[in-house]
Each structure stands twice: as C-alpha cells, then as structure tokens.
Ligand binder design. Sequence first.
Ligand SMILES: *[C@@H]1O[C@H](CO)[C@@H](O)[C@H](O)[C@H]1NC(C)=O
Ligand SMILES: *[C@@H]1O[C@H](CO)[C@@H](O)[C@H](O)[C@H]1NC(C)=O
Ligand SMILES: *[C@@H]1O[C@H](CO)[C@@H](O)[C@H](O)[C@H]1NC(C)=O
Ligand SMILES: *[C@@H]1O[C@H](CO)[C@@H](O)[C@H](O)[C@H]1NC(C)=O
Ligand SMILES: *[C@@H]1O[C@H](CO)[C@@H](O)[C@H](O)[C@H]1NC(C)=O
Length: 461
Amino acid sequence: MVRTSIFVTALAIASTAFAQQTCDLNTKCPEEAPCCSQYGQCGVGAYCLGGCDPRSSFSLDSCTPEPVCQSKTYDFTSMDRITSKTKYLGDASKTDWVMDGDAVIYDNNVLLTMAPGTVGTLLASSTYMWYGNVKATFKTSRGAGVVTAFILLSDVKDEIDYEFVGAALDTAQSNYYFQGIPDYNNELNISLSDTFENYHTYEIDWTPDSITWSVDGQVGRVKQRTDTWNATSNQWMFPQTPARVQLSLWPGGLASNGQGTIDWAGGLVDWNSPLMTNGYYYATFESVTISCYNATSSLGTNTGVSYTYDNAAGTNNTVVAGDKPTVLKSLLATGTNISSKGSSSKSASSTKPSATVQSIPGLTGAGPGADPHAGGDSSSSSSSSSSSSSDSSSSSTQSASGSSSTDGSTSGFSQGGSNSGSSSSSSHSSSGADKLGATQEKVLQGSLFAGIVAMVAMVVL
Ligand SMILES: *[C@@H]1O[C@H](CO)[C@@H](O)[C@H](O)[C@H]1NC(C)=O
Ligand SMILES: *[C@@H]1O[C@H](CO)[C@@H](O)[C@H](O)[C@H]1NC(C)=O
Ligand SMILES: *[C@@H]1O[C@H](CO)[C@@H](O)[C@H](O)[C@H]1NC(C)=O
Ligand SMILES: *[C@@H]1O[C@H](CO)[C@@H](O)[C@H](O)[C@H]1NC(C)=O
Ligand SMILES: *[C@@H]1O[C@H](CO)[C@@H](O)[C@H](O)[C@H]1NC(C)=O
C-alpha cells in the first residue's frame, strides 16, 4: 500500500521517447498529462477514468466524473459487458466491468487467469458504490504466492478488502484502508472451508457508520467508524468515498516483490505448478450483486449521474453527486474537456504530440487500440514492451529495495510488489490496489521471464 509515494517509481519506460511522469500527493501531474492513474502515473484518456486520483492530478476536474452506483446482479455468462481497458471510454450503460488482463467465460463463470509472464487479471466495476452492500460468490485460486482478491477501492484510495493467499485456503483476510494510508493492524482473518474447492458468498455491508464482512450470511467481522478516530488529524480513518468493486488475481510471490509481500503471499509463485490448468492459475467468479446505499440524506446518494470531488481532502463531505457526464469522446480527452480529441497540445514540444502523452495505463504511448484518433505509431506498444528488456540490468538490483520497481516494464501497474523497502519486511503491502492494478502487458524481465511480452500487448494485437 505504500503506493502513491513509493511504489510506482519504477516503471521507467525503456527505450522509448516517452518519459512517463509519476505522480503522488506531493507531485501533481502536469497540464498536458493531467490525470494521475491508480498506479501513480500521469496521462490522458484511460488515465482519467476509473482509479484516477483527483488529489494527485493536475486539477480536481482532471479526472472524469465517476459513474454513479447501480443496483444490479452480474452473472458472468458472457463477455458482452466486459470491456478491455483499451476500449473503455467511461460509458457505464454499456460496460459493467473494465478488464485488465485476461478473463475468460467458462461454465457460466468468469475465470480470472494468471499465466507466466503476466501479473494476473483485474476486473473493475464501471460504476461506483458510495456505501451499500456488495456480495460476490466465487472460488479462489490456490498455490504459493497466488493472491485472489475482492475489494472496494475509491479513487482517493479508501479501500475495503477480502484477500486470499493461495497457500492458506482456510482463511479470508479482511482489511480496510483510509485514503491508502498504510496500517498493518487492520487485517483480521475469517476462517472458513477450503476457498478453492468451495464457492462461498463474501459480503461487504458498508454504511457511514460501519463495515460488516460476512461469509455465507454469517457475520465474520464488524468495524465501527467510531473506533477509527484519529485525534492528530482530526478525522475518521474510515472508508467514506465512492468506490469501484474490483475482482482480481495477482502474483504476490514474484521474486521482484518486496520480501514482506512474498512472505505474506506464502512464497514464490511456481510457474510450472501442477496446480495450473491450461497454462495458468485461475479464480472462478460466479456472480456479484451490488445493492446501492439507500441514502436518506445527500451522504451516500445515488440519484444523480456521477460523483466528483470539490476538495482535495477527499473526505465524504467533498464528494459531489451531480449530473456531469462520464464518457470521454476519445482516449485523448480528459475530465476537463471530455470532448477533446487532443489535437491541441500547446505545450508539447514534439512534433507528434499524440505520441508523447500516455493514454492507457500500462501501455506505452498510444498503442494499438489506444488511440483511434491520433494515428500515433501503433506499433510502439508491443515493440517497446519487448525491447524493454534492454534495461533489465536496472531491474535486477532492486529486489531488496522495494521502492524501485522491480521490473523495468512499461506497465502502469505495479502489481505485486510495491512494498517499499522502507517499510520493514514484516509488513506486506497488502492492498489489492497497488498490486493489482497491474497489467498484463507487464514484462517480467527480472529473473524469471526475461523478455516475455506481456499479455495485454498480445491480446491487443
Ligand atoms: C435498499 O432498499 C431496497 C428496497 O427496500 C433493499 O432491497 C436493499 O437491500 C436496500 N439496500 C441496502 C444496501 O440496504
Ligand atoms: C491471517 O492468516 C494468514 C494466513 O494464514 C496469516 O499469515 C496471518 O498472520 C493471519 N493474520 C492475523 C491477523 O491473524
Ligand atoms: C493519524 O494522523 C496522523 C497525521 O495525519 C498520522 O501521522 C498518523 O499516522 C495517524 N494515525 C494512525 C493510527 O494512522
Ligand atoms: C460523513 O459526513 C457526515 C456529515 O456530512 C458525518 O456526520 C460523518 O461522520 C462523516 N463520516 C465519515 C466517515 O467521515
Ligand atoms: C475541448 O476540445 C475540443 C476538441 O479538441 C476543442 O474544440 C475545445 O475548444 C476544447 N474546449 C476547451 C474548453 O478547451
């Protein structure tokens, strides 16, 4: 979780002209690449959609307004309403889940897959819940280092988690964070029968006053807001802002991750494991039901079109429920000008401005599918991915210091590792968020899979 400040650093873009700008609370994005992605990198287009942190972006309106909560049951019988992050522009009326990685429909379930050379798969809901109830019925993956997660994550990084380590199939780890601030004392285990063999229904009931984690209808944990007061900062350290539902499978046990993360995840992932099927690890999601909060005041309301923030404090009283549109005209637009086609890049010095600004976290420049309007060089994405192995030397040093990244990949997603070296190795960064967001296209060049081009790149091609 130490994400914003520390973890992303790495991700240097190898061998390309793109200088990927990183962002955090102290370093906001520049005007020409105003949106700070969930993984702490600046760009336009998809960088401004789900996960864009208004506090670290150029201005509060850089991020695209967040589609408001919708009560609905999602069963995973087809890919029809699951859209790749390279295609999604913010229209939640057409897309239920935004996909990063590789999900496949199997037997009326969706399998989140994790193959060698990838950092797994993430499905994020297109809509945001501002309190409410969400249930997910699924079977986890298994194996050392393999982590399955079902979380709520807001754009200012409030977070409510269920996480499952593949080496401890009798345990669901519950957790929460306020604005992404690391606190390793909030984790609590819930015991249950084998999570790989059995479907369980995991529920999060979230109100302004409490969070209740229940498994199969039985309450496993309750956290009261009143127990979270911080007298120093004078605020409740309690999740309180609209959040997306995220389902994910990711490798906590990568050699490039911090030791604390690897230990927490139960050791290194075995990429030749008999536990894999069809060449990948997988988690099996049967259904998700979102029930929006029945607000009696403006707090938690879901009657408008979208949520925005009017103050960088990012607390519940800074959330504005209104009617601002959520759909970008192109992947070169931003929340400030959702109809922009990006032609005017006053400040860009390059003669090919469209190629200098990142538009999809995890892809280098305007990759295939990234930017239908700009005509940038579409081959850049895949080629730079593979060529990034050229900087592998830099990546081989890091493992001890988590701050640097681990793999000089071009990914915007820092997946597993993130745990900063500074945090002692005893703590793992357990937020599903930092690790997960990752993106398939990531090249795990460090020790294990030098030169393997990430999956997204391939999928996109
Ligand atoms: C909101 O009200 C509806 C209708 O009474 C109910 O079915 C639903 O469970 C409620 N949602 C929450 C989150 O309490
Ligand atoms: C929860 O369970 C995991 C896996 O068994 C264990 O490593 C961890 O220490 C437990 N956490 C707590 C707070 O008991
Ligand atoms: C309370 O807030 C202060 C100031 O923001 C922070 O340094 C401290 O870590 C917080 N306490 C806890 C328990 O998180
Ligand atoms: C959210 O705001 C309301 C009033 O607008 C306040 O009473 C409540 O304590 C706040 N909740 C949190 C978690 O900050
Ligand atoms: C938004 O972008 C469009 C198309 O690029 C441009 O014509 C328009 O002037 C921009 N609006 C603002 C307010 O910048």
